[in-house]
Design a protein around this ligand. Sequence first.
Ligand code: R5P
Length: 287
Amino acid sequence: MVAGSASAPFATRLATTLGTTLVPGEAKRFPDGEGYVRLLAPVKGHDLIVAQSTAPDANLVELLLWLDAAREAGARSLTAAIPYLGYARQDRLFQPGEAISSRAAARAIAAACDRVVTVDPHKEEVLQFFGGKARSVTAVPQLAATLGAWGVDAILAPDKGARDRAASAATLLRVPVDHLEKTRLSATEVRMAPKEMDVRGKRVAIVDDLIASGGTMLTAARQLKQQGATAVYAAATHGLFTGNALPGLLAGGIDRILVTDTWLPGPCSCDLVSAAPAVAEALKLVA
Ligand code: R5P
């Protein structure tokens, strides 16, 4: 397995889980920003996995370079294990003249490898853009195991579209599930409340695919506390934590934050579970 520089800890866990070794390699950047990679061990005839998240752009390019290097060096088959799939939110035209960014990225990746495994993409629909080469796995069971240990009483989805993922966690934990609905009260005020659930006295977890600015989780947590929730936990597969999201969440009413290791831009004052076992299972099935 090759560990891309965006996903080295994940790749190490995945290699350990699969009982395989990491191929030594060098990845660097030229002064003008262009990337360079080199495999430092032979891979001829090997079924090679390259683990690399594809955001931001430089990491997408690095994945393409690793796949090209491995193909050039004679790897028998190439699997891209993409813990966090970038561009999955632009899966269609929202306005005329835009790119379908997830399709553009998927086509480039699919052309360079034989199969793709990714974790909880923002929308499953983006997998079609890989031309039948991609499948997804979910890290929800890993998240749910920790939420269970925290004594969560109920699961909430931040919106109706995210309900299926939240419902899977709730089923595993045998607790009720609901989704949050937004009501605009004025030009500046938005109310977010569960569609039906009464959260008074409950320890609730909001389960989403990703936390970026943290705005969604923060707004929901503040309001759930006002509605009587005794604890609010934020759980997501991908912890992007742009800007000051992480300190902002902890200061703003979220009691604990749980993410997986699909994307960790830096030291994280949050709880972490690995998505590597879920990816390993999928890779064993396709081996
Ligand atoms: C939205 O559709 C996503 O599932 C997330 O809820 C959203 O992208 C989170 O973004 P942020 O943390 O910036 O609110």
